[in-house]
Design a protein around this ligand. Structure first.
Ligand code: DP6
Length: 335
């Protein structure tokens, strides 16, 4: 991991006109995404350039809506889920710092209104869809007409996983090699999988004790297992792409579950240990393994938190809904 000599502002600046022309307002939506091959570790913390490529599936209509309009008070206004936030809050500061990359000192006071429709019960992070929707709304508001790959790179500068939320369906984020990161962008895969279901299982909605950004830094700096991660992720990515192209569900599910467990192994072996699992998370894992033993094709994946996402096909939906009553199900290609 290195601190880049290139700052975000200078990268964004290259793609902007000398003078911004603002519309009255602009609206955008971006979906949440679930990684099947995880992004874990940065080679550049300023630009969120990853150590490995990753692959995700976007969650259709579940995500963030962002509206940008002029603020009549002369001061920025940041709203989240229909409430005004203090400009000192973490969320407001991140949003304003990001918008400033585009305004470059021009005095344009804005109202930035974000609404997440991710069910609160799902326990999903919203920074991926949030930054992707913000980039899409800025592109529209300032009539920038940027290419999708550029939008993906800009969203990545807000939060790495946001690079993938620019697209629907299966999405691969290529790590890239350039120092300015403009080749570290996501692209959509051709394949569709109408029967694929994602079950969102919430075991806790408490805020995670260590966010992904600090978790990655700690893992890289202290885990003896981390050096094996980039190679594992590289080979999982190939297996997953093949399984998706061939619609081989058990290959895809097994690889996604193994990839998540390998990422967690690097976290658990960090110091101090990063254990995002709760006893309830482990109980769900055991239930999934028992169901698999009994012949139900179901796998799980987990991110930097205690909640689980189940992967299964439509034919197993009713049996799994009976086992996990509060599970919220998304069909990324049919919803
Ligand atoms: C475990 O994209 O939230 O969910 O780039 O620091 O904002 P930052 O991290 P973030 O990390 C996501 C990590 C993950 C795996 C994944 O979504 O690929």
């Amino acid at each position: 991991m290195s601190n880049s000599s290139i700052d975000k502002a200078s990268v964004v600046n290259r793609y902007l006109p000398a003078q911004l022309v603002a519309k009255e307002n602009a609206d955008a939506f971006a979906p949440s995404n679930i990684a099947l091959c995880k992004y874990w570790g940065k080679r550049d913390v300023e630009l969120n350039l990853p150590v490995n490529s990753s692959l995700s599936v976007s969650l259709a209509h579940l995500g963030s809506h962002t509206n940008i309009s002029h603020s009549d008070t002369g001061l920025d206004r940041v709203r989240l889920n229909n409430k005004d936030l203090s400009l000192d809050s973490n969320f407001s500061r991140k949003v304003i710092a990001f918008v400033d990359l585009f305004r470059r000192g021009q005095k344009i006071a804005l109202t930035i209104d974000t609404r997440n429709n991710i069910p609160t019960a799902a326990g999903l992070a919203s920074s991926a869809s949030g930054f992707a929707a913000l980039v899409l709304a800025l592109d529209e508001f300032f009539s920038l007409k940027l290419e999708k790959s550029v939008l993906s790179a800009f969203a990545r500068m807000g939060s790495g996983s946001a690079s993938r939320s620019i697209y629907t369906g299966f999405v691969r984020w290529d790590m890239g090699t350039q120092a300015d990161g403009m080749d570290s962008v996501a692209c959509q895969l051709d394949s569709k999988w109408p029967d694929l279901c994602i079950g969102l299982i919430k075991v806790s909605s408490a805020q995670k004790p260590v966010d992904s950004r600090s978790g990655m830094t700690r893992t890289i700096e202290t885990s003896k297992l981390y050096p094996s991660w980039p190679e594992q992720a590289g080979s999982d990515l190939i297996t997953l792409e093949q399984a998706i192209a061939e619609k081989n569900f058990s290959q895809m599910g097994a690889c996604a579950e193994k990839n998540a467990m390998s990422m967690h192994a690097t976290m658990i072996s960090a110091w101090p240990p990063l254990v995002y699992w709760l006893p309830e998370s482990l109980a769900v894992m055991h239930k999934v393994w028992q169901l698999r033993e009994a012949g139900v094709a179901v796998f799980f994946t987990m991110d930097a938190g205690p909640n689980l996402k189940l992967l299964f096909e439509a034919c197993s939906h009713s049996v799994l809904q009976a086992e996990f009553a509060s599970m919220e199900v998304v069909r990324p290609f049919s919803d």
